[in-house]
Structure formats: C-alpha cells, structure tokens
Write a protein that binds this ligand. Structure first.
Ligand SMILES: *[C@@H]1O[C@H](CO)[C@@H](O)[C@H](O)[C@H]1NC(C)=O
Ligand SMILES: *[C@@H]1O[C@H](CO)[C@@H](O)[C@H](O)[C@H]1NC(C)=O
Ligand SMILES: *[C@@H]1O[C@H](CO)[C@@H](O)[C@H](O)[C@H]1NC(C)=O
Ligand SMILES: *[C@@H]1O[C@H](CO)[C@@H](O)[C@H](O)[C@H]1NC(C)=O
Ligand SMILES: *[C@@H]1O[C@H](CO)[C@@H](O)[C@H](O)[C@H]1NC(C)=O
Ligand SMILES: *[C@@H]1O[C@H](CO)[C@@H](O)[C@H](O)[C@H]1NC(C)=O
Length: 476
C-alpha cells in the first residue's frame, strides 16, 4: 500500500497507536484486559523529551461501590468521589478514553452506565431547568426560564416555567390560552385576578402554596418582602412564557384614538405609556395589609370553591414509613379542575413505588436526587438520574418509580392532567390478582405474595444496603 511501510509503522509506534497492529487485544472485550490495559502505553515522549503528543488515555480508574455488581441488578451508584467515571456496569461496557466532561457523568450514572435491564431507545425524559436559556430582566427585577417541547420533546401535554421576582417586582398583568398551575418554591407573593363575571380575587401565598389561573383570566403577581421563586405548570406542551398577552403590549398595539375613545380620556393621558413590554419589572412595594388591595367587583370576591389559591403549606402530609405525601386535586382545589398533583417526600434509600398513571406525568425535583426507570410498552426501558431543579416527564401508562439515591429527602411534584390524583400500584395489583395467575405467569414464590399488602404503599423502604445486595466489596 505505502511505498515506505517501515517508516510508516515506526511512526505509528512512536505515536503509541500500537493497537492498530494488534486488533486481537482491542476486541477482547468485555472481559479483561479492558481497553485501558493496552492504552496505558500511549504518550511516548522519547522522541523529543517533551509532553506526550496525544496525552494520556484511560490508564487507571476506580469503580464506584456497586458498579461491579451484575448489570441486571442495576444497583444505584454514585461517582461523587470518582476522578474519572467509566461507562462500565458489571461485565457490561468498557472504558471511555474519548472526550468527555466528567461533571455530566457524575450527575448521570444511570445514563452513562445504564442497568442492563434498560432496553431499546427511550425518548429523553429529563430536562434540567438550569440548562434552559435564562431570560434575565434589567434592574435586578428577576429572571425566568422554561421547559417545553423545544427542549423536552416527549413532554407534549405540559410545560414548566421557573421564575424569580425580586422584592416588589411584578410579573406584568397578562393572560394566556393555557391553564396555569403554580407552586411557590421560595419567598412569598401576592396574586390577583378578575374573571369574565367581574369577580375579583387577591391573596398572598408563601413557599409550599399553590395557585391556579384558568385560560383567559387576566392576572398579575407581585413578590413581597423577600422576593419569590415559583414554578408554573401549563397544560400545553409547547407553551412559551414569552408569548403571553401583556397589558403593556396591548396598549402599544392599539391606536391611541381608540384607547382615548374606549377609556373616555384625553389623548394626553397616554403620553406616559411604557415604550416596550414590561414582562418582569420593579414596582412600588405591595401594601402589607391585603385588605388595601381587596377590590370588590359586581361579581363579588372569589372564595371557597372559586378561590384561585390553595395554602398547601398548611395541609398536613400523609405520613408513611419511607416519606410523606400531600395530594392536591379538584376534590380540595376545585378551580384547578384538570390539575391533580402529589407533593411527595421520599427519605434517603426509600422509593416511590412502581406505578403508572392513565395520563401523562410532569414532574419536578424540588430537592434531593434520585433516579427513575420508565418502562414504555411494549419492550422499551430507560433509566434517568435527577437532581433538584430537574423536570421529568413520563407519558401515560409507562410504569415508573422514583428511588432516592442521595443523602437527603427528595421533594418531588407529580403533576397530572386528571380530575383526580390516581395511579395503578404494581404491588397492589400483584396482591389483588388471583395468586394462581401470578404464579403461572411470573413464577413468584408464595412467600412474596403473602408479604404483599392489598393497599397502595405510595412509598416503600426496602433494602437500603446496596453493598450487601451486590454481595461484593464494591471496588475494582
Ligand atoms: C515524558 O514525559 C513525562 C511527563 O512530562 C516526564 O515525567 C518524563 O520524564 C518524560 N520522559 C522522557 C524520556 O523525556
Ligand atoms: C429561600 O431562599 C433563601 C435564599 O437563597 C434560602 O436561604 C432559603 O432557605 C430558601 N427557602 C426555601 C423554603 O427554600
Ligand atoms: C387591615 O386593614 C383593615 C381595613 O383598614 C383593618 O380592618 C385590619 O385590621 C387591618 N389588618 C391588619 C392586620 O392590620
Ligand atoms: C375582601 O372583601 C370581601 C368582601 O367584599 C371580604 O369577604 C373578604 O374577607 C375581604 N378579604 C380581605 C383579605 O380583606
Ligand atoms: C366544593 O367542591 C367540593 C369538591 O368538588 C364539593 O364537594 C363541595 O360540595 C363544593 N362546595 C360547594 C359549596 O359548592
Ligand atoms: C452492608 O452490607 C455489608 C455486606 O453484607 C456489610 O458488611 C455492611 O456492614 C452493611 N452495612 C450496613 C450499614 O449495614
């Protein structure tokens, strides 16, 4: 092939690409020796005495505890203390000498080294809000970022916005076609609205409370003393928070003659209108006493079942051994007639049991870290890792669980488009099917069936000693 094969080969040897002439070793995977065992000789610097031309490929690495366990056990492991995480699980996978940024690996061990039970190609079910391009507004008034089908295409039924208002800042008077359900993450905020019947509403909400605005109802928000961060969920997958109707824009887009006629005011009254949309902007601090802003319209003041807010922070949680749950759905918050939500707390090592819903689930990790495997009928399964600030999305009828893989509680919002918060619990299902059917199908022992509860567990504790489960030392 080449007229000077000897020179060419010695050149390759100098570069340390010895493997090109030794394919047998290269393809000896996945059993030892691994890729790294031959790759370690790269970087010959004898020729010039300087740094290696190609730098070092993977020459030494350490597996995290649990990483060497059988791949179908799917032990959750963490790479927090691992210098160079490798895509290896049990005897599956091999080292990665290629370009990589280990920070991503450390956040996603089940994506980089999935359990071997994962199968086929699961659409991406995770979106970290921090990867959404942020919309900062001038003068320190706040910011807003969003998840929608542009960054998470699977999430067709719902979209989310994470917004911060500095103390006294407004989210401008606005309206939109989608329904808006919100959860206050931090601080406190005043919400106000007026509906088609001239019925009015004003209320203050704090961290842990929720609000809801039906389509078309104009509303605004103003952060109180310490500012406020909140999460908005819309029942429209391609919702764009930059696309809402704004009162400033509506005035800018209407001829002044029409404004003057409609509002029975001289043209000069419109001289000071804002020259551009406001969106989020600083304002006069809201009066501390809510009564000062309690405008009563001909339709009266919304209250009881018409209330636009629900003080979920005041609702006590339903406690179970591995955590707790607060359910808020139209039975307790009727105005939000399509939003059924569970606020789930999962202690370290515990797990939201395997279940599915008859509608899509939009999820948000308020705190903690965990992982989710979604089984997509008929034959696809995919595992994803989540941290605080991540959005998850599981389509209707896909079975899934949420396992706490961290050292602190997971606080997680499970948001459905449904008239009631419901799920199918797999544990309950197995218990309530005639035993013979389960035994003939899954060959499970009587003892397992005897131990199952006929009631939903919501959260299970199980075996939290992963090293014991793997039956190994956990290192390699
Ligand atoms: C090769 O490079 C390494 C790291 O820079 C250095 O420690 C070593 O002395 C070099 N070897 C030779 C033969 O120059
Ligand atoms: C709200 O944010 C402040 C400032 O970052 C923080 O100290 C506080 O813990 C947060 N509160 C909640 C409820 O998250
Ligand atoms: C708020 O204002 C109303 C009306 O002026 C008054 O009756 C009420 O006592 C005030 N509440 C507080 C907490 O100051
Ligand atoms: C607002 O006014 C209505 C009556 O118009 C009253 O029932 C309600 O308690 C008031 N709310 C507050 C917070 O002042
Ligand atoms: C409020 O809504 C609940 C749940 O839908 C319902 O049971 C209750 O009867 C309603 N109350 C009134 C006063 O309409
Ligand atoms: C976990 O299991 C291993 C192996 O059985 C055992 O050595 C270790 O003490 C256990 N750790 C805890 C915290 O129970």
């Amino acid at each position: 092939m080449t007229p000077i094969p000897g020179l060419f080969n010695s050149f390759l040897l100098k570069l340390g690409i010895l493997a090109l002439t030794a394919p047998a070793q290269l393809y000896a995977l996945p059993t030892n020796p691994r890729f790294s065992d031959w790759a370690g000789s790269a970087g010959d610097n004898e020729s010039n005495g300087g740094a290696p031309l190609r730098g070092a490929v993977v020459s030494s690495y350490k597996l995290a505890p649990g990483q060497d366990a059988d791949a179908d056990l799917g032990i959750p492991f963490r790479w927090d203390d691992t210098k160079n995480p490798q895509p290896i699980r049990g005897t599956w996978g091999a080292t990665d000498p290629g370009p990589q940024t280990y920070e991503y690996s450390k956040l996603n061990p089940d994506i980089v080294a999935p359990p071997s039970t994962d199968h086929n190609s699961m659409p991406n079910a995770k979106w970290p809000m921090e990867l959404s391009h942020n919309r900062l507004v001038p003068n320190g008034a706040g910011w807003s970022r969003q998840e929608n089908t542009e960054n998470l295409p699977i999430a067709t039924a719902m979209a989310g916005v994470d917004m911060l208002l500095a103390p006294g800042a407004y989210r401008e008077l606005h309206w939109h076609k989608a329904s808006e359900w919100a959860y206050v993450l931090n601080g406190s905020c005043r919400v106000q609205a007026m509906d088609e019947n001239g019925q009015t509403y004003v209320d203050d909400v704090q961290a842990g409370d929720v609000w809801f605005f039906p389509p078309g109802v104009p509303h605004s928000l103003q952060a109180l003393d310490e500012g406020s961060e909140f999460l908005l969920v819309f029942d429209q997958g391609d919702f764009d928070d930059s696309g809402t109707g704004l009162i400033s824009e509506m005035f800018l887009r209407t001829p002044k003659e029409v404004l003057s006629k409609n509002l029975n005011a001289p043209l000069s009254d419109f001289d000071q209108l804002p020259k551009d949309e406001l969106y989020i902007f600083n304002g006069t601090p809201a009066p501390a006493n809510l009564t000062a802003q309690n405008v009563t319209g001909p339709g009266g003041v919304a209250r009881g079942n018409h209330s636009y807010t629900y003080h979920l922070s005041k609702q006590s949680a339903y406690e179970v051994p591995g955590g707790s749950i607060k359910i808020i759905d139209p039975q307790s918050f009727p105005l939000a007639s399509t939003f059924s939500v569970a606020l789930v707390t999962i202690h370290p090592g515990a797990m939201r049991e395997i279940h599915w819903h008859s509608t899509d689930e939009w999820g948000f990790f308020v705190s903690g870290q965990g992982r989710v495997t979604a089984y997509s009928p008929p034959t696809t399964g995919g595992t994803f890792d989540f941290q605080a600030g991540d959005v998850s999305y599981v389509p209707a009828t896909y079975s899934h669980y949420i396992e706490n893989t961290g050292d602190e509680d997971i606080v997680f919002l499970e948001v459905l488009q449904a008239p009631e918060f419901t799920d199918i619990s797999v544990g309950q299902w197995l218990k309530l099917v005639p035993e013979q059917i389960i035994k003939d199908t899954l060959h499970l022992p009587q003892s397992l069936l005897d131990n199952l509860s006929p009631n939903k567990q919501y959260i299970v504790q199980g075996n939290t000693n992963l090293t014991a489960l793997a039956g190994g030392s956990g290192t390699a």
